[in-house]
Design a protein around this ligand. Structure first.
Ligand code: ASP
Length: 431
């Protein structure tokens, strides 16, 4: 029998090669017109973006079918409510821990003190952030088709849950529909696997493009801020989540982190928790053994409302900018920052760079100059990649905890190193 190679390994190798080639271009061919036009903004951009689009293409149908199966699998509205409340509370708790941790470390290290601000270098105009009252009203789609067309995750979740509850209430008709949704879900999972076959190529070009544009030179003047954010991201991503997985989910955190690797790679390469949903779902269900009835609900919800990594960046950025501008923040400001970061992460979707919009909300609230964000723009893309990986790890952590409390996790699958390994798909050939 032909041995199948793990796609994850191929993607990891492609990611490293893309990173090296991109960095080399950044160092040696940054002004080479031919390389920039035909490679960086040509080939790399086209194939990289095409790949991200193909991931995004999967999100809406996958979440829809998967969520219908999930709700019908739970089969009981009271249980559904319980799962929802647990997930929501845990998402808020983990974001709260993340931002508090970031504030404490940033206050202790005090990045930005004595920072020489280059005159005129900080220009940032904040896009308007959605007012929070609107966020809550907007969870209910006035037109579900519009919600699906725009990929508005909270609205889609709301409508699909309502629809699935109605399916449960309609007896035989609903049961037949649920069977169809299960079949469609199965097919969609196959589409995910097909797209994964192209992932090594897509990830290579994405990394090559990003690192061609982001050189080490951007990081150096910001090394203080950059290192504090990375330190806090690692502390939370490895430390906090391992503790939660050990004590609340009663699972082995090493196995958890190892199995999360494909989701980390995709989150890192795409800088979007939303685009990573298909991979996170597959990892959580097939590799970690969480039942679809929990994961189908908590993963898309988490991708939208849970952003621990982003909250960490906000905590450090606030202290950094306050230091740079010599503004003193008091305890009530810090409490406001914690509250605002939690609310902002609920109200914004997991797409690249959204953290900066959320940061503008926080700055406005505590009276920091929004144009200060211009200072951290240069390094934000790299941090975005790492914090997105932390964001999806948070989604998976909460999912495992909720699943454990609902007895909806299969420990045999969790412990089996081979379970759910994505391998190349063999397409059926005509004979
Ligand atoms: N890119 C992040 C995500 O998709 C959000 C952000 O921090 O900008 O989770």
């Amino acid at each position: 029998m032909k041995k199948k190679t793990s796609v994850t390994r191929k993607i990891l190798i492609a990611m490293c090669i893309g990173l090296i080639i991109g960095s080399l271009i950044n160092s040696f061919a940054a002004n080479n017109h031919f390389v920039q036009v035909y490679f960086v903004n040509g080939l790399f951009h086209v194939i990289g973006t095409a790949f991200v689009n193909s991931l995004k293409m999967l999100v809406v149908p996958l979440v829809t079918f998967s969520l219908i199966c999930g709700v019908c699998g739970i089969g009981d509205v009271a249980v559904l409510g319980r799962v929802g409340i647990k997930a929501f509370a845990l998402y808020i708790l983990t974001t709260g821990i993340a931002i508090t941790l970031a504030l404490i470390v940033a206050i202790l290290v005090a990045p930005g003190e004595g920072f020489e601000q280059a005159a005129g270098s900080s220009s940032f105009t904040a896009k308007p952030a959605p007012p929070l009252t609107e966020v809550f009203i907007n969870i209910i789609p006035s037109n579900p088709i519009n919600a699906f067309a725009e990929g508005n995750m909270l609205q889609i979740i709301f409508f699909v849950i309502l629809f699935s509850i109605a399916m449960l209430m309609t007896g035989e008709i609903g049961r037949q529909l649920a069977e169809t949704a299960e079949k469609l879900n199965e097919v969609m999972m196959k589409v995910v696997t097909l797209v994964m076959d192209f992932a090594p190529i897509g990830v290579f070009f994405l990394m090559a493009k990003t690192f061609s544009l982001q050189g080490i030179g951007l990081i150096l003047p910001m090394i203080g801020y950059f290192s504090v954010v990375i330190f806090c991201l690692l502390l939370h991503g490895i430390g906090t989540f391992s503790l939660l997985i050990t004590f609340l989910a009663r699972l082995n955190p090493l196995v958890f982190l190892k199995k999360m690797r494909p989701a980390h790679i995709f989150a890192f390469s795409t800088a979007s928790s939303n685009a990573t949903i298909p991979v996170t779902l597959q990892v959580v269900e097939k590799r970690l053994g969480v039942d679809n009835s929990t994961a189908a609900f908590t993963i898309p919800l988490g991708a939208t409302i849970n952003m621990d990594g982003t909250a960490i960046m906000q905590g450090v950025a606030t202290v950094f900018i306050a230091n740079v501008y010599g503004i003193d923040l008091d305890i009530s400001d810090y409490i406001t920052i914690v509250g605002m970061s939690i609310l902002a992460s609920i109200g914004t979707a997991g797409v690249p760079g959204v953290g900066l919009i959320m940061l503008a909300m926080v700055f406005n609230q505590v009276g920091l100059p929004v144009e200060g964000i211009g200072l951290i723009l240069g390094v934000d893309r790299l941090l975005d990649m790492v914090r997105t990986a932390v964001n999806v790890t948070g989604d998976a952590t909460v999912t495992c905890i909720v699943a454990r409390s609902e007895q909806a996790i299969n420990e045999q699958i969790f412990l089996d190193p081979e379970a759910g390994v994505i391998t190349d798909v063999e397409l059926p050939h005509k004979t």
